[in-house]
Design a protein around this ligand. Structure first.
Ligand SMILES: Nc1ncnc2c1ncn2[C@@H]1O[C@H](COP(=O)(O)OP(=O)(O)OP(=O)(O)O)[C@@H](O)[C@H]1O
Length: 700
């Protein structure tokens, strides 16, 4: 699919980026999405890019591409044109399957909910379903669902990744999918997905969950964790047949409450959408019904309506789920499987109260359900918290070094002063391979808009994604990026976790995050499933706090460490005892060993000076997402008494958990500036303008 698209992109080029023609672009979008979408079209067609009057959809698109958007949203005019055009083309998917999109919310999440053999409006009424008959499928649906992404040349290297399993009697790993003894229909779907053999996390997680054990599973980004939890759940539900789902009930006000059998929680909306699609893929032509609930004002009613068909597997973001539970549409009394994807994020302070609320809202106790947690990073404090949700004999699985990056990702760190960032970015983009996608992370929503605007002015087609956009804008921009229509996505942390976008070959940290776990997730958007990728990060004085951990990480991933980073890391080593270099940094906390060197030993924190406060942020709290400012009670942690500089910022940062890490970053920055005032206010490199040779360490 992408090959075709990029071949088309090799049109006469304008200003360095392939010139676009909408006629050429529509085809791949139509093939890959396939969803007709009516509701959005008008809105977008009437709101052309950069305020240019619409001259028919194709013209609208053209304007969007070639004209700098006035407000950073100008690209949406183009989007509307595209989708509207798609509708006119009538690709035939909607009529066949009965799920023509009717509103904005139907686009990404909705198009897979119905019509995949699983939808049965009588399910919740207890009308018997014949679970022994495979449901019908269709070629067009298969095309939508099984748009295979091939595993990369380094896929076989996964075999050599060390795996650490602990817990009582962990089950033997499977060596191939046949050993899993999946239901025949699942086998078909695995095959259709092009999965020839399981990845290491799948080899261990699948038998664990099939064996009804709880699981905490840590594996590198892009290593197949989604299938590792979805396949066993789908298998359980299929084998349980009609008993898999608890009957719906009717309240006195006539409202019916539906009881999903499995609940998968995701920290971001886009990740929920992606997991939902994967769930539909693996349950294709089964009687299993999947549903999704995620935030965004415009899609509320549509999502609720979809629930009326009942649902076996519900994928949700916490806030929207709580809302729907409180409205009485969903009950969790039948929930036999609970998965927290990106579990460390789900249990950090932004989300933890919501997760507790969900779990304590009539869900069977942990002894009566199977609970699984997955992430690429799993700080010890989060592991400790996670115990509340897991049976004591849960299996702990660490594939590779937890919190580490894949060696498939080539990492570059450049010293770039703030003032030079745009210039440097343009240099990089100009040198980049034009046939692949570039994902740029910035710290703030405003920064994302501004940079996307700037790039468009430079004739580099960029869209943005962040928490200030309407949900349909977020989804559309992501799709435009995914399909290469806009090959650059400028994102805040909302895009850092879980998103699986083939052909992202370069992740650029225009602004580095404040903790290394976030860095791991961000750069993990490339180099997935054995493919190779590149990550470039701009480093300057503002990032000193992350320096030491970043150096360790880069070193451990066998990447070149620039001189400046060594120097920054050496400064940060004051008072910090060297941690043992463990091959398995991530270990079961029940063994009492740290997950990342430096994270759990707080004894070195001396908040009286700024350096120590900085280390409090970066090392004292190994829950980077929530560690700043609002630590969990850890009296031994010096930061509580000393590192108060971060407190106000952290409060600000957490004030809107739904903003995700964008908000937290803000909080962190505040704390961070305090650190600079105290400890790093006079860094040796401060104020020196460097020529744009970022590989060189700045002179002292
Ligand atoms: N056994 C397999 N064979 C081939 N491809 C696979 C296999 N398992 C998963 N994949 C593919 O690998 C890619 C990454 O998988 P997935 O998104 O589940 O990774 P992840 O570990 O959840 O990543 P992250 O930590 O970023 O959330 C997906 O495109 C998926 O389809």
């Amino acid at each position: 699919m992408n090959t075709q698209f990029y071949a088309q992109q090799q049109q006469p080029q304008q200003n360095g980026w392939p010139a676009q023609s909408f006629g050429q672009q529509q085809q791949p979008q139509q093939q890959t999405n396939g969803f007709a979408n009516g509701g959005q079209t008008n809105g977008f067609a009437n709101g052309p890019a950069g305020g240019f009057p619409p001259q028919g959809q194709a013209n609208g698109f053209g304007n969007g591409f070639n004209s700098p958007p006035v407000n950073g949203y100008g690209q949406f005019g183009a989007v509307g044109g595209g989708f509207g055009h798609q509708q006119q083309q009538q690709n035939g998917v909607a009529p066949q399957n009965g799920f023509a999109s009717r509103s904005e919310s139907d686009n990404q999440a909705g198009y897979i909910t119905k019509g995949f053999g699983g939808y049965n409006p009588n399910l919740a009424n207890g009308t018997p379903i014949n679970w022994s008959n495979q449901a019908n499928g269709s070629e067009s649906m298969e095309k939508q669902l099984f748009n295979r992404t091939s595993s990369g040349i380094n896929f076989d290297n996964y075999e050599n990744i060390p795996v650490d399993v602990s817990g009582e009697n962990p089950p033997e790993p499977i060596n191939d999918f046949a050993e899993a003894n999946f239901h025949e229909w699942i086998k078909e779907n695995v095959e259709k997905s092009g999965y020839a053999k399981p990845t290491p996390v799948q080899k261990h997680s699948i038998p664990t969950l099939l064996g009804n054990r709880d699981l905490m599973s840590c594996a590198q980004t892009g290593s197949g964790k989604t299938a590792a939890f979805l396949l066993p759940i789908i298998n359980h539900i299929l084998n349980n047949g009609p008993d898999a789902v608890k009957q719906a009930t009717t309240a006195t006000n006539g409202r019916r409450t539906y009881f999903p059998s499995a609940l998968v929680l995701s920290p971001t909306r886009e990740l929920a959408i992606q997991i939902h699609k994967e769930a539909a893929k693996f349950s294709y032509r089964t009687n299993i019904v999947t549903a999704i609930l995620y935030g965004g004002r415009e899609n509320y009613r549509e999502q609720v309506n979809r629930l009326r068909g009942g649902c076996h597997i519900l994928i949700a973001t916490p806030g929207r789920l709580i809302d729907i539970i409180e409205q009485g549409w969903i009950g969790l009394a039948g929930c036999q499987y609970l998965v927290l994807d990106e579990a460390d994020r789900m249990l950090d302070m932004g989300f933890e109260p919501q997760i507790r609320k969900i779990v304590n809202n009539g869900m069977p106790p942990k002894t009566n359900r199977i609970t699984a947690m997955f992430s690429a990073t799993f700080p010890k404090q989060i592991q400790v918290l996670a115990k509340d949700f897991l049976k004591p004999d849960y299996v702990f699985l660490a594939v590779g070094r937890v919190g580490s990056t894949s060696e498939n990702i080539e990492q570059h760190l450049l010293w770039v002063e703030e003032i030079d960032k745009r210039r440097t970015l343009m240099q990089i983009i100009e040198q980049d391979d034009r046939s692949s996608l570039v994902l740029i992370f910035v710290e703030t929503k405003r920064g994302a808009n501004e940079l996307a605007f700037y790039l468009n002015r430079q004739n580099c087609r960029a869209v943005s994604i962040h928490g200030d956009l309407k949900q349909f804008e977020r989804e559309k921009n992501l799709e435009l990026f995914r399909h290469g229509t806009y090959p650059i996505l400028v994102a805040t942390a909302v895009a850092a976790r879980g998103l699986d976008i083939p052909n992202v070959r370069h992740v650029i940290n225009y602004d580095l995050p404040n903790d290394v776990d976030e860095y791991v997730h961000r750069i993990g958007r490339t180099g997935r499933c054995g493919n190779v990728g590149k990550a470039t990060s701009f480093f300057n004085d503002k990032n000193r706090g992350i320096g030491r951990e970043l150096m360790q990480l880069v070193q451990e991933s066998n990447q070149e460490v620039p001189d400046f980073l060594r120097r920054v890391a050496a400064e940060g080593r004051i008072n910090i005892p060297r941690q043992p270099n463990r091959r398995f940094g991530g270990v079961d906390h029940r063994r009492g060993v740290s997950t990342r060197p430096g994270q759990f030993n707080n004894s070195y924190i001396h908040g009286a000076n700024g350096i120590a406060a900085a280390q409090g942020f970066n090392n004292g709290f190994s829950i980077p997402a929530n560690g700043f400012g609002m630590p969990r009670p850890m009296p031994q942690n010096g930061f509580m008494q000393n590192g108060m500089g971060g407190f106000p910022g952290a409060r600000g940062g957490f004030s809107n958990p739904s903003m995700g890490r964008g908000g937290m970053n803000g909080g962190f920055s505040n704390g961070f500036s305090m650190q600079r005032m105290n400890g790093f206010g006079q860094p040796p490199f401060a104020g020196k303008q460097q020529p744009i040779d970022h590989w060189q360490a700045p002179a002292n």
